[in-house]
Design a protein around this ligand. Structure first.
Ligand code: JFZ
Length: 597
């Protein structure tokens, strides 16, 4: 799993940016992020939904990240694999699985209150246990637990009552319980497995049960393709789509045959994309419940994440992990409700929107619907004058979304400057609306990055770079604990003076700015000299060691000031970075930060 996953983000980036060849071929089989590009007849709801709830719930939820007195961190639903628990022992967890506090109506009402439009729950995860009434295998919640009920039936009904689309996650290939299922190597010999038999006897019949017995499904969220050729995958997809032609299949069905693309945790495509796509994040560090995992994202983080994903044209599906008794963690309930309260007032700027044509600014991001551009302001400019650059259209009106109060504005060429009212600077996101005339201009990925003294900090992200020679923009993948994958887009491969990186920046106020490089640098790379050129000045720096790249450990970054630059006038400048000598890669550069002095 680990060796394969490093390839995925590269492919993701390639797909988003249309770069050259991907080195990973196994990724195509395992972590498929491509979609069939076919117009799905029922995709509109998904395009408009923007906010989904993912639920990982299974026997692992009962284990809660502990096995035989030992605690595990990271992806809790992987505990059977990580602790190499034999099938016969793991099966016994079912005898104690009795989620008496599960209440489908409560869960669905929470989702509704949170502003969720679709919900996807694990019907069967890699552990192989069916959380539904299955005639195909007795290893299911009705037959094997004291609970004896089918919570999926109740949830399918309850969500529909709340107007929420319902869907199932199903691990179609990985099944650690079955002798012929994928990836249990501690009980079974992988080379002796007959995947076809497993698909015929368990995965396909169970998927048919799910697509037959639970009413219309918005989504079937396949996870981890494997063991099937493209043709076999095609016939699986066809036979299932016959049961529910309206249902959308996730890209991890494999072989490019999914109806929409999925990105992984902390992975948002760096530039807007038009196709159907979704980013999945988990609320804390694990997908399945872990008692000792309290690293929950605040409602402010969730709201900004949602806006950021929407500003690139996608959906956010946020995961929560209920415990083995059926309780949703306290902070998930709390922060989801707070997110819902924000959406109550500001939903118009999220639901049904497309990416905004004004690229990310130091103050925040934009979304668009019809002739309205929504400004999601995370940081208020100190003087209250907000710049929306790249705005060729005539402006009809500008107002606050919450109270509809109109605001004064001024336009100079394609710069629109809005006088913001006072508002709470620590609000998660304050939304303003511009109603404009004419068609939406296209998104300019090459627009210079705004640098303004009205903000404490201005970040120029790696994705904005133009690279030369061997320098390249890459997504680097690593985890902290286990399976909690992080992705950072960085500039890599700067090994010689010609391997350089250029950013176009637009400084909106003259003055002194500190130039800070945000990078990661291993032992081999540390101690090399590089040069920043900006505004006719050259600044030398020497790289500092942060950490070695290891996909199973945190990748550490340092924000290192390397220069002060004085701009005597506002304007567009070119910022270049390169090594001064040939050597190992200078560093992995995440961003350049400019801060007014
Ligand atoms: C897969 C599963 O293995 C995991 O248990 C969970 O269900 C998750 C939703 O999906 O894991 C992945 C796969 C890819 C990424 C992250 C988690 N990724 O690319 O970031």
């Amino acid at each position: 799993m680990k060796t394969r996953i490093v390839c995925l983000p590269i492919a993701v980036l390639l797909f988003a940016m249309n770069h050259a060849a991907c080195y990973g071929q196994s990724m195509e089989q395992m972590w498929d992020t491509t979609s069939n590009k076919k117009q799905q007849p029922n995709a509109q709801w998904f395009k408009e939904a923007k906010f989904g709830l993912f639920i990982h719930w299974g026997l692992y939820s009962k284990l809660a990240g502990s096995w035989k007195g030992k605690r595990y961190y990271g992806s809790g639903e992987w505990i059977m694999n990580v602790a190499k628990i034999p099938v016969r022992e793991y099966e016994k967890v079912a005898a104690d699985f009795n989620p008496v506090n599960f209440n489908a109506t409560k869960w669905a009402m929470l989702a509704r209150e949170a502003g969720i439009k679709y919900l996807v729950i694990t019907a069967k995860h890699h552990e192989g246990f069916a959380m539904f009434d299955s005639k195909v295998s007795d290893y299911n919640i009705v037959k094997a637990t004291p609970y004896k009920n089918d919570p999926m039936k109740a949830l399918a009904e309850a969500t529909r009552k709340q107007g929420i689309r319902f869907g199932f996650y199903y691990s179609q290939f990985v099944d650690w319980h079955e002798p012929n299922g994928g990836k249990n190597t501690w009980d079974f010999d992988e080379s002796k497995k007959d995947y076809q038999l497993y698909y015929q006897q368990k995965a396909i019949p169970q998927l048919k049960e799910l697509l037959t017995n639970y009413g219309p499904l918005g989504i079937v969220w396949f996870d981890l393709p494997g063991g099937l050729t493209k043709q076999e995958t095609q016939s699986l997809v066809d036979s299932l789509h016959k049961l529910q032609p309206q249902s959308l299949f996730s890209s991890r069905v494999g072989q490019g045959l999914g109806d929409y693309k999925d990105f992984g945790d902390s992975e948002i495509p760096p530039v807007p994309i038009n196709d159907l796509w979704e980013s999945i994040y988990t609320h804390n560090d694990s997908w399945g419940y872990i008692r000792h995992d309290m690293n929950f994202k605040s409602s402010k983080e969730i709201i900004q994440l949602l806006a950021k994903v929407a500003s690139r044209g996608g959906n956010l599906m946020l995961n929560i992990g209920p415990d083995g008794e059926g309780n949703i963690p306290y902070y998930s309930v709390k922060y989801l409700k707070e997110t819902g309260r924000w959406l109550q007032a500001n939903g118009e700027s999220i639901y049904g929107t497309e990416y905004g044509f004004v690229p990310a600014q130091p103050w925040g991001v934009t979304t668009r619907k019809g002739s309205k551009l929504f400004l999601h302001v995370f940081n208020r400019p100190k003087d209250g004058k907000l710049l929306a650059p790249g705005f060729p259209n005539a402006v009809r009106s500008v107002y606050s979304l919450a109270d509809k109060k109109s605001l004064a504005w001024k336009k100079t060429n394609t710069d629109l400057i809005i006088n913001l009212p006072a508002f709470k600077s620590d609000a998660p996101s304050t939304v303003f609306v511009i109603e404009y005339a004419g068609g939406a201009p296209s998104y300019d990925a090459k627009a210079p990055v705004t640098i303004s003294s009205q903000f404490e900090t201005n970040t120029v992200e790696a994705i904005k770079a133009t690279t030369w020679g061997e320098a390249a923009i890459k997504s680097i993948t690593f985890s902290h604990y286990y399976g909690d994958w992080k992705h950072e887009t960085c500039i890599t491969g700067m090994k010689a003076p010609g391997d350089s990186t250029t950013f176009s920046i637009r400084v909106t106020q003259p003055g002194d700015y500190s130039v800070i490089l945000d990078y990661s640098c291993g032992r081999e790379s540390a101690g090399q000299e590089g040069r920043v050129t900006l505004n006719g000045n050259e600044f030398l720096f020497k790289t500092l060691r942060t950490s070695e790249y290891d996909k199973a450990a945190p990748l550490l970054f340092i924000k290192k000031p390397v220069a002060i630059v004085n701009f005597t006038k506002a304007g567009v400048y070119s910022l270049n970075i390169h090594p001064i000598q040939q050597g190992p890669e200078l560093f992995k550069l995440k961003s350049v930060i400019l801060e007014p002095m």
